[in-house]
Design a binder for this molecule. Sequence first.
Ligand code: CO
Length: 261
Amino acid sequence: MCKTKALLVVSFGTSFPETREKTIGAIEDDLAAAFPDRRFYRAWTSGVIRRKLKSATGETIDSVAEALARMAAGGMRDVLVQPTHMIAGEEYEKLCQELMQDKAMFSSVAVGTPLMAEEEDVAAVAKLLPALCPQVGREDMAVWMGHGSGALRMPVYEMLNEQLQNSGFDNHAVGTVEFAPGFEDVLRRVKKRRPHRVVLSPLMVVAGDHAVNDMAGDGPDSWKSRLRAEGVDVACVLKGLGEYAAVRALYTVRAGKARVL
Ligand code: CO
């Protein structure tokens, strides 16, 4: 019997091939393996990045609308959509709107949530983070750079900070590159704690442009440079969260609990 059930994995996208394979690619592989009865499809939401990839390598990746049309044309009837987004921000809202608009093309469309959409998700991630950086000792500090969003119904990053403090991981600090809490907030925490060393890691699925440049870049505005300018010893981990199997497993859990639209 030919398949009429599909799995669509939706990512923002990245123009950094190295991290793509280890993060977005690995999440796609894990999800495809978890749902073997579904035909696998991929979409990236960033038009800028899809165009960049196309001109750099010739590879074409579907937008969400294109992937939905492709699935319908391929005879897919039952669609499970799982985003690789971190938070239920603007990108996720847009995705849900688009699926609502086009759901009549299928008999069923279900969508899973991002990594941290509910309070219990944030708690699960706060519990996970310290285990992802065993090289950070008690005298050191782990600083996590998230992306951030201006449109969150839940203050995810503040909640992460709070959860980490409350569970005894007061040598962890979370900030975001685009929104609040920002670098100043992180710096305040670092100054208070006076660690031997700060280990900077992206709190993002991919270690792409923000991680390579805004976090670990040699320019004066990167978090690494700004911390060093304060006399802090800094090491950078250029590893997107998608590289960790424990994080990828959470996406499979989200997909298993997808809500039918
Ligand atoms: Co950005």
